[in-house]
Design a protein around this ligand. Structure first.
Ligand SMILES: [Zn+2]
Length: 586
């Protein structure tokens, strides 16, 4: 390869990211997009652009990502011919200059980034599946916007990064720029998809990677993942499953347990879990202390230690909801540490008899700040679940604040039943709609309830949980198990993919020196035209994949055996006749 490999390379990698090393925006865009591929377990080659070297770099590559970089004319011609033969191209920012017809554009021009602050998706398309949402939440706003997911918008708030507006030609507009402030004026096209010859292209006037490592860490990654898969249609797109054992998404029930109703409400909720066969499920965030029995509204483990014992005996998790039910935000580090320490003394005192301890926390009223995260880390807690998904624009676990976050899903029961007096039927519709939204992003549905709020609405709890269980493709789990899985998954290497004759060889390793990984899976997209799935073997042993339909695509999912520390595994896929068009089996 002529261009220098700056960061990482992987044998058999099929994604080439090209950036302009002299420009910060391009470097950052490349870094963020590469992190999206890291999340998917897809090995990438990152390269700084050097003129007249592109043709050599394209050999064996499945997808080119041009990160706000402009090519000279000779390289632009090479790229155009390569796409015409079946290659996939994702281009951002100024990469459109000189590639307009390849990208399905008439023209493209820079937009003063002070005039735009978000990208709004306007159509359903496989390249934007997880970004666009057409459920009831999009149609009628029952809830205030602050309680809803930013359904079809991705923010572009930090005005230092360039924005480009496209005038579409034959390409299809997936998203438009939207203006600053309450004015809903829509600007020109932001994201355009196009078919060119045998290949496909996607242009984004926003730098997709610019936010992937910043305040809104994950939402833009959804676009990178779904677009990459669409761009690769016709050739195998192999990625790492987000959840164990081929589950599409994760579902946890979490209950802020804080009032004198807990002696009746908690057993009623546990009975629902038991009826549905959920033996290890539910995380109760319990306040340590409250008002005296019969006095005041709040109560905790001090008042009802037997409730804590019932939770543990039922197989549910006990986590912390404060020493008392009072806000944490704004308190000093010393005070917050002392309050968490006091909470742990009470709760762990009750849990130790069962060999358990508190690992997670959620602040009363979701009132936490960065000091809280520091205090939690100092006191040895492992995760927080107070940074709502509508604030972080993420439905995945993330560690951007120094402690693992399991974002709770909004709206919660309190919003619907207490604040807005929504009917049981409408509440069920809203919850199911939000669940579909999270599943589209393969995220974590971390359902936030309060035993005292949901006790009169157990039918809603029962029906939504029953639906989730019956789907069969959701991982129903406690929050601590979700955390353990996510940390273990982080230990898996990028997937290496190699084609040899009619075989596709996939290799994956557990790079941890200490931790085993059980339930990992690789997802392989299959064109809809394929009637019978390809044959797989794992380390030479035949394996039957699980077939999943998701995000408008069909997947063969191979669940791997438990990987010991430092162990790697080889998966071989034998191609049937005519499974993949294009040049896959060359
Ligand atoms: Zn609370």
């Amino acid at each position: 390869m002529g261009a220098c490999v700056q960061y990482a390379s992987a044998a058999g990698s099929r994604v080439l990211l090209v950036h302009d090393a002299s420009r910060e925006a391009s470097v950052l865009d490349c870094r963020g997009i590469a992190e999206a591929y890291d999340e998917e377990g897809i090995a990438t080659i990152r390269t700084a652009y050097e003129t007249d070297t592109l043709a050599a770099s394209l050999s064996g590559v499945q997808l080119v990502v041009a990160c706000d970089v402009t090519f000279n004319q000779a390289d632009a011609i090479q790229l155009e011919q390569w796409v015409k033969r079946g290659g996939g191209l994702m281009a951002t920012g100024r990469a459109a200059f000189g590639l307009e017809s390849l990208l399905g554009l008439q023209t493209v021009y820079p937009q003063a980034s002070s005039d735009v602050d978000k990208v709004r998706f306007v159509t359903q398309h496989p390249a934007a599946y997880g970004s666009y949402w057409s459920g009831p939440m999009m149609e009628a706003a029952i809830m205030p916007a602050t309680h809803q997911a930013p359904v079809a918008e991705l923010f572009y708030r930090d005005r230092q990064w360039p924005a480009f507006v496209a005038e579409p030609g034959v390409g299809q507009v997936l998203a438009r720029w939207a203006g600053v402030g309450p004015d809903p004026t829509m600007f020109g096209a932001a994201i355009v998809a196009h078919q060119y010859g045998a290949g496909r292209t996607l242009y984004s006037g926003a730098l997709l990677g610019a936010y992937a490592n910043w305040e809104w860490p994950y939402s833009w990654r959804t676009v990178v993942a779904s677009a990459s898969q669409w761009l690769s249609e016709g050739r195998p797109w192999v990625s790492l499953g987000y959840w164990p054992n081929a589950h599409v998404a994760a579902f946890s029930w979490t209950g802020d347990t804080e009032t004198h109703s807990m002696p009746t409400a908690v057993p009623a909720i546990l009975a629902v879990f038991e009826r549905l066969g959920l033996a290890r499920f539910g995380t109760f965030y319990v306040t340590a202390d409250g008002d005296a029995p019969g006095q005041g509204f709040y109560a905790g483990a001090q008042q009802y230690p037997d409730v804590i014992e019932r939770i543990v005996e039922a197989g549910s998790e006990v986590a912390g909801h404060g020493d008392f039910h009072r806000a944490f935000a704004g308190e000093s580090l010393a005070t917050q540490r002392a309050r968490i320490s006091g909470m742990l003394v009470t709760l762990n005192g009750l849990l130790s008899a069962y060999g358990e301890r508190v690992r997670g926390f959620r602040a009363p009223f979701l009132s936490q700040d960065f000091t809280t995260f520091q205090a939690l880390t100092d006191m040895g807690l492992e995760y927080d679940s107070g940074d709502a998904d509508v604030w972080v624009a993420s439905t995945l676990p993330n560690d951007s604040d120094g402690i693992w976050q399991l974002p709770p899903t909004m709206p919660m029961d309190w919003h619907l039943f207490v604040e807005h007096d929504v009917s049981s039927r409408d509440a069920t519709t809203i919850f199911l709609d939000k669940l579909e939204y999270v599943v589209a992003r393969r995220g974590l549905f971390s359902w936030l309830h309060h035993p005292w709020v949901i006790e009169p609405e157990l039918d809603v709890l029962q029906s939504v949980l029953a639906y989730a269980v019956e789907r069969g493709d959701l991982w129903m789990a406690r929050q601590d198990d979700i955390l353990d899985w996510w940390i273990a998954r982080e230990q898996l290497s990028p997937i290496e993919v190699e084609t040899v004759g009619a075989e596709l060889r996939i290799r994956l390793a557990n790079v941890s020196a200490t931790r085993a990984v059980a339930g990992a899976s690789v997802w392989l997209s299959i064109p809809q035209s394929v009637v019978s799935p390809p044959e797989f073997s794992i380390d030479g042993q035949p394996n039957t994949p699980i077939i999943r339909e998701h995000a408008g695509a069909l997947f063969a999912v191979v669940v791997l055996p438990a990987l010991a520390p430092q162990q790697s595994v080889s998966i071989t896929m034998t191609l049937g006749q005519g499974i993949f068009a294009d040049d896959f089996a060359n």
